[in-house]
Design a protein around this ligand. Structure first.
Ligand SMILES: Cc1cc2nc3c(=O)[nH]c(=O)nc-3n(C[C@H](O)[C@H](O)[C@H](O)COP(=O)(O)OP(=O)(O)OC[C@H]3O[C@@H](n4cnc5c(N)ncnc54)[C@H](O)[C@@H]3O)c2cc1C
Length: 487
C-alpha cells in the first residue's frame, strides 16, 4: 500500500469531522507523541517518538467509526486517547504515519439508574467528574485510582485499571457491566447490561484491557454502590518486617475480611511521605460500607493485627487520614513534577507487578537487592502492596535515580528500562505477572511471550483476528517485530 501523505490525512479527517475537530498545533502534537513513561525528556521538551499527523476529536460514535475505517483502509496507525495519563508508552506510536483519536469530547453522562445500580457514560467522561456528581446523590463507582483526577472512563477500561478501594469494590473488570466499542473497520458493537451471563466466553474482556489495540471504546456502563463516608474507619500500624506485614495482609483477606484499603509500605517507600515515621514498614487499613459491616471489619482487623507481637500502633493516626485524602494526583501535582524535572535530573518512577502470597516477599527481596546492586546513581528503591486478593497481592515498586549524565534523551536506556527489566524478570521467575494494573503498553511488550507462555498464541490470534491490519495502536501489547512471526 502506498503511504498516504500527511496533507491527505488532514484533509480526510477534516471532511469526516470538521475543521475545529482536527488539531494541528505543533506543540500539542509533540506533547501528544509521548506519555508519562518519558515524562523526564518530555519535561525538557525532547521528543524522541514519532509525532502524530493530527489529533482528531470525534463528537459522536459515527465519527469515531468513520475515522477508524478511513485509517484502516489507508494504513494510518490509530492511537486512541482519553485522559492521557498512560504510563507505559501506550500513547507513543510504533509506526508512522499515526493519528491520535481523542475521545474527550464524548463526555456525556448518558444514564443514571439507581434502581439497577448502574451508570452509563461516554468514554471521555472524566472519572472524577462522574464520581463527584454521584457522591452528591449518595452513590459511588468505588473506583479510586491515584489518577482519578486525570483519567477518563475509556482509558480506565482500556487499561484494566484499578483503584485504591479495590479490595472491597474490585478492579474495573469487576465494575464494567456492558459497553460499546468501534472496531477498526468501523463496525459498532454493543454488549448489553445484565448482572451475569452464561452465554459462551465473556466478551467484555476482549475490550477491557485492549489498550487501544483492538477497538475504540465509546461507552461504558459500571455498577454503583452506596456512598457512605461517615462509616469509614482508619487503622495503621508499624510492623517489624515486610514478611510479617505480608502474612498479616494474607491472613486478613484469606479469613474473608474486605477492607476497602489494605496496604503495606516498606520504610523506604513510606519515607517519601513521612520520613520521621519511616523506621519500619507501615500497615494501613480503611473499612467502609454499611455501619455494622464497617465496624465489624475494623474490629476484626484490629484484633488480628494487634495479636502479632511484631506490630505497634502508628501514631499519629491523623497523619494517615490526611495522607490518604491527598493521595490522588491532580494536574497540580503533574505540573509540579514537570517543573522539578525541568530543573533537576532527579527522576522517580513506579512499576507494579503481582504474585501469589507464597512468592511475594521473595520477589520484593530479589528485586530490591538486584536493583541496588546493578543500577548506578540509584537514590532508592522501595515498594508497597496496595491491592490484595484471597490468593495473593500486588507489589508497587517505587524508585528514583539521579541522571548523573544530565541526558534526558538517554535516561530510558540507562535507568528506567534496565530497572523495569529487573522487576519483570524477577517477577516472572517467581511465577508472578509482569503488570498488575498499568497495562503492557510498549514498555513491557518485549516480555509478552514470557508473560503468556503457551497461551501467547491465543492472545496474538485474538489481536490479529479483530485488527488484521494492525491499525489499532500498532506495537502495543505485541511488539511490531513479533506481529508477523509464525508461532
Ligand atoms: C500519577 C498517576 C497515577 C496513576 N495511578 C493509577 C492507579 O492508581 N491505578 C491505575 O490503574 N492506573 C494508574 N495510573 C495509570 C493511568 O492513569 C491509567 O492507566 C488510566 O486507566 C489511563 O486512563 P486515561 O483516560 O488517562 O487513558 P489514556 O492515557 O488516554 O490511554 C491509556 C491507554 O488506553 C488506550 N485508550 C484510551 N482511551 C481508549 C478508548 N476510548 N478505547 C480504547 N483504548 C483507549 C490508549 O491508547 C492507551 O494505550 C496512574 C497514572 C499516573 C500518571
Amino acid at each position: 500500500m502506498d503511504t498516504v501523505t500527511k496533507d491527505t490525512i488532514v484533509q480526510q479527517l477534516t471532511q469526516l469531522t470538521s475543521p475545529d475537530q482536527v488539531n494541528l498545533d505543533p506543540d500539542e502534537l509533540k506533547y501528544a507523541s509521548l506519555d508519562f513513561y518519558r515524562k523526564y525528556p518530555r519535561a525538557r521538551k525532547i521528543y524522541q517518538a514519532p509525532i502524530p499527523v493530527a489529533i482528531v476529536y470525534p463528537e459522536n460514535v459515527e465519527q469515531v467509526a468513520a475515522v477508524l475505517k478511513y485509517a484502516n483502509d489507508t494504513g494510518v496507525n490509530v492511537i486512541p486517547r482519553t485522559g492521557g495519563s498512560e504510563i507505559e508508552r501506550g500513547l507513543e506510536s510504533a509506526r508512522e504515519p499515526h493519528i491520535i483519536v481523542d475521545g474527550s469530547r464524548l463526555n456525556q453522562i448518558l444514564k443514571f439508574d439507581p434502581e439497577d445500580m448502574q451508570l452509563t457514560v461516554q468514554a471521555g467522561v472524566p472519572l472524577k467528574q462522574a464520581e463527584d456528581w454521584l457522591n452528591e446523590k449518595g452513590y459511588t463507582t468505588g473506583h479510586l485510582p491515584q489518577s482519578q483526577p486525570l483519567a477518563d472512563f475509556g482509558g480506565l477500561v482500556a487499561t484494566r485499571s484499578i483503584g485504591q478501594l479495590s479490595t472491597l469494590y474490585g478492579g474495573i473488570e469487576d465494575m464494567v457491566v456492558g459497553l460499546e466499542a468501534i472496531m477498526p473497520d468501523g463496525r459498532i458493537v454493543r454488549i448489553k447490561n445484565v448482572p451475569r451471563r452464561s452465554v459462551g466466553p465473556d466478551i467484555r474482556h476482549i475490550f477491557i484491557g485492549n489498550e487501544g489495540s483492538i477497538a475504540f471504546i465509546t461507552e461504558v456502563t459500571v455498577k454503583l454502590f452506596p456512598y457512605l463516608p461517615d462509616t469509614y474507619h482508619y487503622l495503621a500500624y508499624t510492623v517489624d518486617t515486610m514478611r510479617e506485614g505480608f502474612h498479616l495482609l494474607r491472613d486478613i483477606v484469606a479469613a474473608g475480611y474486605r477492607p476497602s484499603v489494605i496496604r503495606l509500605y516498606d520504610a523506604q517507600d513510606w519515607s517519601q511521605f513521612y520520613p520521621k515515621h519511616a523506621e519500619k514498614p507501615v500497615l494501613i487499613f480503611r473499612t467502609e460500607g454499611p455501619q455494622p459491616l464497617s465496624d465489624a471489619t475494623a474490629g476484626a482487623i484490629k484484633t488480628m493485627v494487634e495479636s502479632s507481637d511484631q506490630t505497634q500502633p502508628y501514631e499519629p493516626l491523623d497523619e494517615i487520614i490526611d495522607w490518604f485524602k491527598h493521595l490522588t494526583w491532580t494536574q497540580k501535582e503533574v505540573d509540579a513534577e514537570v517543573n522539578q524535572l525541568e530543573k533537576t535530573p532527579f527522576v522517580g518512577f513506579t512499576t507494579e507487578v503481582a504474585s501469589n502470597w507464597s512468592e511475594i516477599a521473595n520477589i520484593f527481596e530479589a528485586v530490591t537487592t538486584r536493583v541496588k546492586k546493578e543500577i548506578p546513581n540509584l537514590y532508592g528503591i522501595g515498594g508497597h502492596s496496595s491491592h490484595s486478593y484471597v490468593n495473593g497481592t500486588n507489589l508497587y515498586f517505587v524508585y528514583a535515580f539521579i541522571d548523573a549524565e544530565d541526558d534526558p534523551a538517554g535516561e530510558m536506556a540507562r535507568y528506567h528500562d534496565p530497572i523495569n527489566k529487573i522487576i519483570v524478570e524477577e517477577t516472572l521467575k517467581h511465577g508472578g505477572t509482569m503488570s498488575h494494573h498499568h497495562g503492557v503498553g510498549k514498555a513491557r511488550a518485549p516480555f509478552i511471550k514470557e508473560e503468556y507462555g503457551s497461551s501467547y498464541w491465543v492472545l496474538k490470534t485474538l489481536l490479529k483476528s479483530f485488527d488484521p491490519k494492525n491499525t489499532m495502536n500498532a506495537g502495543n501489547i505485541i511488539p511490531l517485530e513479533f506481529w508477523d512471526e509464525t508461532d
